[in-house]
Ligand binder design. Structure first.
Ligand code: F3S
Length: 526
């Protein structure tokens, strides 16, 4: 199945651990089976020690995310979502049993209740499947990307509902991805509401699960949990178990935290146990770079295009990126420049499966270890003007009516920072002023956490009013969930400056200057 089709069907991207939890979630609904014989002490027929993996799980260690060479042909490299390439790997090849501490074994044996025992059983099976050495204690705060209350999430929502009913909680208050709809600012019409309430029947149950397990109120919902306004930015070196691909990518790279690209649900499960299996991107070895990426564009790079090129090239390997230090004064990632890494990084995670990158002189690992992070025999990928142009030319026009005019603009996937909303708000309203207009030709959707929206109203009230008059809808939902609504691609010809939105939808990608012109005129400049 093509990735885009797949994402349309299932907006939760990372599948490997989700498959494990779905499998174990069914077990969870049955009577608890605790004790060493069902756990890890005695080897059983399957790689996880919990039984033979079914046939359908075989392909879950690889995906249809294939690396492609400059000629556009597959290189044979496939993503496994673990942060370490294992092209053509087989689940049965894992087969290793993790050593557990007495405390962990006690949990597995049911001494802290049957619910925790079941969660531990899943976590151990997960660690074993990926060849983890042991479990480690988590710090900082969790982030969950369980955010869509759809039918296919039913077993997982039921599992966490049982945990909440049993009084379990996350080891610390945690943040959650944005909700998939917004009936106040965008989906406020009968047609959309019908689709939403039909498609996301379990949203209420899911929200209620999060409220009981330790998530704060809905005003904090965001995929960009590391923004100051949300406040979930653990210190470098902290082990966490996040799942949202863009947050994992930013967290590992810009914050220097240590997490794998977990599947939806595995984040929350790990949060309740306060533990995660140690493998992949959580280890020094797994954080080494197999690629040196040299950015040599003559002007500031197109961050989304560059990220797309890197993701397509390295798939899930770790790149060590040079040539962009100058955009981070003093080697500092700040509230005013983090969007550059957010844009590039989320594109690497969407077009490939990159969970970590290093930027020379900027990101914490690179500052500490420099080029020692490169493995022996690393490969080199140069992105110059010609390569950037080539990458942009690979972006297809997926509008059914290819020559039609745009009908809506989408800005903010991952969620916009305060700096970005102000930047785009000014760019759009100033361009409108210049054109002698008050209202843009098409509606503009800007996605951000409510806390950022509130700050803008408080600190930039005049601009906020002008944006509103221009036709800007500031919304706290997920951009891709909106674009994934039934019938969306048939009725909306969207434009965006988010390479992630482009990857997962039919919305077309344009750099900022073209995007703004199209917003003002309603036409794509030739
Ligand atoms: Fe965030 Fe949704 Fe994009 S969760 S990263 S706005 S796909």
């Amino acid at each position: 199945m093509k990735r885009r089709d797949f994402i349309k069907a299932i907006p939760v991207a990372a599948l490997v651990p989700a498959a494990l939890t779905a499998q174990a979630g069914n077990v969870f609904a049955q009577k608890a089976q605790t004790g060493p014989s069902q756990g890890v002490k005695k080897a059983s027929s399957g790689a996880s020690g919990t039984g033979k993996l079914p046939g359908y799980a075989r392909k879950f260690l690889t995906s249809d995310m294939d690396g492609v060479g400059p000629d556009g042909k597959p290189t044979g490299q496939k993503a496994t979502f673990t942060g370490a390439s294992k092209a053509d790997s087989e689940p049965h090849a894992a087969g290793k049993q993790m050593a557990l501490t007495q405390e962990e074994q006690d949990i597995l044996d049911g001494k802290e209740g049957e619910e925790k025992a079941k969660l531990m059983k899943i976590l151990v099976a997960y660690g074993n499947a990926f060849g983890a050495e042991k479990l480690v204690d988590l710090g900082g705060a969790p982030h969950s990307n369980m955010y869509v209350g759809t039918d296919y999430m039913k077993s997982m929502i039921a599992m966490f509902d049982e945990c909440a009913e049993a009084g379990l909680k996350s080891y610390a208050p945690y943040t959650v991805n944005p909700r998939p709809y917004d009936v106040y600012n965008v989906n406020n019409n009968k047609g959309d509401m019908e689709l939403i309430y039909d498609g996301y029947k379990l949203q209420r149950e899911l929200d209620w699960v999060h409220a009981r397990l330790g998530a704060p109120d809905l005003n904090f919902r965001s995929c960009a949990c590391y923004l100051d306004e949300v406040g979930n930015a653990p210190k470098p070196g902290t082990y966490v178990a996040w799942a949202e691909s863009s947050a994992v990518n930013f967290g590992n790279s810009a914050l220097g935290i240590r997490t794998n690209r977990n599947g939806a649900g595995m984040d929350l499960l790990s949060a309740i146990l306060g533990k995660a299996p140690l493998f992949g991107l959580m280890t020094d070895e797994g954080r080494k770079a197999k690629w040196l990426v040299e950015i040599k564009t003559s002007k500031e790079p197109d961050w989304g295009a560059v990220g797309t090129g890197i993701g397509t090239k390295v798939v899930e390997d770790v790149p060590f990126i040079t040539g962009i230090e100058k955009y981070f004064e003093g080697g500092k990632v700040t509230a005013d420049n983090l969007h550059l890494l957010k844009s590039m990084g989320s594109a690497t995670a969407a077009s490939g499966a990159v969970g970590l990158y290093h930027v020379e002189g900027v990101t914490p690992d690179a500052k500490e270890k420099g080029r020692d992070l490169l493995v022996k025999g690393y490969q080199t990928y140069v992105i110059d003007d010609a390569e950037q142009e080539r990458i942009i030319k690979t972006f297809p026009n997926l509008w059914p009516e290819k020559d039609g005019d745009p009908t809506a603009a989408f800005i903010g996937c991952p969620h916009n920072s305060y700096f970005e909303i102000i930047k785009y708000g000014r760019l759009i309203t100033e361009a409108l002023d210049k054109a002698g207009k008050e209202k843009a030709a098409i509606p503009i959707y800007m996605f951000c956490v409510n806390k950022v929206r509130d700050r803008i109203i408080k600190e930039e009230g005049e601009l906020a009013s002008k944006m509103k008059r221009a036709g800007v809808h500031v919304t706290n939902m997920c951009a891709v969930s909106y674009a994934g609504m039934k019938g969306f691609s048939e009725r909306v010809r969207g434009i965006t400056n988010s390479a992630k939105t482009r990857t997962y939808s039919t919305i077309r990608y344009f750099p900022d200057d073209i995007l703004v012109k199209a917003i003002v005129t309603g036409k794509i400049p030739s």
